[in-house]
Design a protein around this ligand. Structure first.
Ligand SMILES: Nc1nc2c(c(=O)[nH]1)N[C@H]1C(S)=C(S)[C@@H](COP(=O)(O)O)O[C@H]1N2
Ligand SMILES: [Mo]
Length: 432
């Protein structure tokens, strides 16, 4: 594990078992019977937030999530659910589970899980097919933890021009948590991967109609067996030291530090070793990026069918201004602090720079506490605006791979991998 946070003690892990009695009482593997929406239906209606920090939508209180009297989640779409985390929660480098964004591709998400019958099954091209109860995962494996950012591949999709179909996210389809669980490698050892395996496939319990004719009624994602990311994957049973909320993947979810959320399988219940490349809809058709690091192309090239695509993987470097927002009053001559977060899935964030003149000149920000390579890196910048007026503040980060954010907007047909420099207007009033 590259950056294990303090591992949960076995005792602490076992107390989780007790607290999950709540879920046990809820019932028998029932799937919520609600309207089904095709996953790829374009969601173009309503206004978008080309400039605003968050996406646009009503503030909603949900079970296991923050109540209305706090700052609740922003609903973009209800079925399948797309709920965005409001900007205020990013004042901390760790996102509370109760305010964590929600995204599911299929409409039939389990309404409850019966832990007495639930098993994590591991099969396919292995020596021995095995399954694990929740208690076995807690008792029979060394608990490990990692601090890691979960970010939707389409985070900030509302910025894309021309617009892309899909949830019109602002910046809040992301969050960072301490994930605790079992190393994927330890589980694989129990089954024994046979020679000739190509990919490892993950599946959860949710179901839905999928796009017509796509065969996408089950959400399945695969990683290459030779991908080094497998060494840091965790099958997590805890998020910030607590059981996962049901909508965020209870009882266990796959954690793939540095990779986009699409691989972080919720309600993970089936792991299969495949002898061929996974050709299911969610690997072969969805979640593809143009075959270059930035994931960028043009509408013209797509129309001409000249673009080569590949499955998305690691997250490019990004940085966000969290405070002040546009509601804060700033006075000329008074010192203030501009603060935010940065992330990268391609090497630790090494530098954050701030501009108070819309990107003409840049100064180093101060990096805050290092919570590990895959976590949010807080930063702050001390600033005393000299004169009244409207300033445009911008932030850019650099990561250990040498990648630096730029002003050039990217474009791809699904609205993935946005990492253009963020800007924020700050109105500075007259002193005195
Ligand atoms: N079982 C399951 N896991 C899933 C998905 C899903 O549809 N089903 N969606 C993925 C995508 S696209 C995202 S952005 C994240 C969202 O995780 P969250 O709802 O915990 O924020 O879950 C990932 N894991
Ligand atoms: Mo996503």
């Amino acid at each position: 594990m590259n950056d294990p946070a303090a591992p949960l003690t076995r005792r602490a892990a076992l107390t989780l078992l007790g607290s999950t009695g709540v879920a046990l009482a809820l019932g028998q593997n029932a799937l919520a019977q609600r309207a089904v929406q095709t996953p790829d239906a374009p969601i173009f209606s309503g206004p978008t937030a080309l400039e605003g920090w968050n996406g646009l939508g009503p503030l909603i209180a949900l079970p296991q999530k923050v109540p209305l009297k706090k700052v609740p989640l922003i609903r973009l779409v209800d079925r399948p659910p797309l709920y965005e985390t409001p900007r205020a929660y990013f004042q901390s480098p760790f996102t509370p589970a109760s305010a964590f964004f929600i995204r599911s591709n299929l409409a039939l998400f389990p309404a409850s899980i019966d832990l007495t019958t639930w098993r994590l099954k591991l099969g396919g091209h292995v020596e021995t097919a095995v399954d694990f109860s929740f208690a076995q995962l807690l008792r029979e494996f060394e608990p490990v933890s990692v601090n890691a950012v979960l970010q939707c591949t389409g985070n900030s999709r509302a910025r894309f021009q021309p617009r892309c179909p899909g949830g019109q996210w602002g910046n809040g389809a992301m969050g960072c948590a301490t994930w605790t669980g079992v190393r994927l490698r330890d589980l694989l050892k129990k089954a024994g991967v046979k020679a000739g395996g190509v990919q490892i496939q993950f599946q959860g319990l949710d179901k839905g109609a999928g796009a017509p004719g796509s065969g996408g009624a089950e959400y399945k994602k695969s990683l290459n067996l030779d991908d080094p990311v497998l060494d840091r994957c965790i099958v997590a049973y805890a998020m910030n030291g607590q059981p996962l909320p049901l909508v965020n993947g209870f009882p266990v979810r796959l954690v793939v530090p540095g990779y986009f959320a699409t691989y972080w399988m919720k309600t993970l219940s089936f792991i299969r070793v495949l002898t061929e490349q996974d050709s299911n809809f969610w690997m072969a058709t969805a979640y593809l990026q143009p075959d270059n690091l930035k994931g960028t192309t043009t509408l013209q090239a797509v129309k001409e069918k000249s673009v080569k695509f590949r499955p998305v993987g690691s997250m490019p470097v990004r940085s966000f201004i969290v405070t002040p927002d546009e509601t804060v009053k700033v006075q000329a001559g008074l010192p203030m602090s501009i603060q935010g977060l940065a992330l990268s899935g391609r090497g630790a964030v090494t530098k954050v720079e701030v501009s108070t003149d819309s990107g003409k000149t840049w100064k180093d920000a101060k990096l805050g506490e290092d919570h590990g390579e895959y976590a949010f890196r807080p930063w702050s910048f001390a600033w005393t605006p000299k004169q009244a007026g409207t300033y445009t503040v911008a932030v850019r980060a650099t990561d250990a791979s040498g990648a630096l954010q730029t002003d050039t907007a990217i474009w791809n047909p699904s609205g993935y991998l946005w990492n253009t420099i963020e800007r924020q207007k700050i109105v500075v009033g007259q002193a005195g």
